[in-house]
Design a protein around this ligand. Structure first.
Ligand code: 6PG
Length: 249
């Protein structure tokens, strides 16, 4: 696991964008929430160096998870990624694999999305070239929440857990596919994440995935990279806080 600290969210996004360009991924699972929006807008920005270095028509975009809402809903991860990135770059429509979260039965949406993932990779163990993840203040990542049965799923690639604290279903990739990825990048910014980031990193050698699901992300063969800003790193040991030179990825 590698952790790099940057001055602010814009520099985290710049480092992640450079990692994206260097990796030339063909299959990407996009994270939701608010943190990755800065990265998505940077990748799409015509005035920035990243957009023109990316072969958009060679990439298939998936999602790590989705809220159980229609695609036009303000909470939709697809809506955020489409507004910030996918509608602004020349990705072929068929290369965007949206989770069909408008399905009134979340479990059916999970089955359909799993079929899409398996069909695309055409193998029993799909491996994304790049997975982007965030970290919730409770230690969740994707829609794998503390204490969730979804954390113990060993066969299915996509499940639809009920999330009590949110009083809603979510649809999420599971650990078997997340940990089969070739590169996993956590993007964590803001002072509100300092406490949980310290807990997750401090005990990552003795992981407690039911308490901190983000610790269950341990790619079998792939690279795990944490790109964080100073505010989120504020509670880490001083040795981990040395800001990385900009765009070192
Ligand atoms: C989601 C995300 C979720 C997110 C974290 C962090 O659907 O919300 O997949 O795992 O990455 O909750 O969210 P923020 O980036 O908004 O802090």
């Amino acid at each position: 696991m590698e952790l790099k600290v940057f001055s602010n969210p814009a520099e985290v996004a710049r480092a992640a964008a450079q990692h994206f360009v260097n990796l030339t991924p063909k299959s990407v699972a996009l994270s939701g929430g608010s943190t990755p929006r800065v990265l998505y807008e940077l990748l799409a920005h015509p005035g920035e160096p990243f957009r023109d270095q990316i072969g958009w028509d060679t990439i298939d975009f998936f999602f790590t998870d989705e809220r159980h809402v229609p695609p036009a809903h303000p909470d939709s991860n697809y809506r955020m990624a489409n507004e910030a990135l996918l509608s602004r770059v020349p990705v072929p429509k068929n290369n965007v694999h949206r989770i069909p979260s408008e399905n009134l039965v979340a479990a059916e949406a999970a089955v359909d999305y799993e079929y899409d993932v398996r069909t695309f990779f055409n193998t029993d163990s799909p491996a994304f070239d790049l997975v982007l993840l965030g970290l919730g203040e409770d230690g969740h990542t994707a829609s794998l929440f503390p204490g969730s049965e979804a954390l113990h799923e060993s066969e299915r690639l996509v499940v639809a857990p009920w999330v009590e604290k949110l009083n809603s279903y979510r649809i999420t990739l599971t650990l078997p596919v997340l940990n089969n990825s070739k590169s996993v990048v956590f993007l964590v910014t803001g002072a509100s994440k300092a406490e949980i980031l310290r807990e997750v990193i401090k005990t990552e050698s003795e992981p407690k995935p039911d308490l901190y699901p983000a610790q269950a992300i341990r790619p079998k063969r792939g690279k795990l990279l944490w790109l964080v800003d100073k505010a989120a790193a504020a509670a880490l040991p001083a040795t981990l806080q040395t800001p990385a030179p900009t765009t070192t990825c």
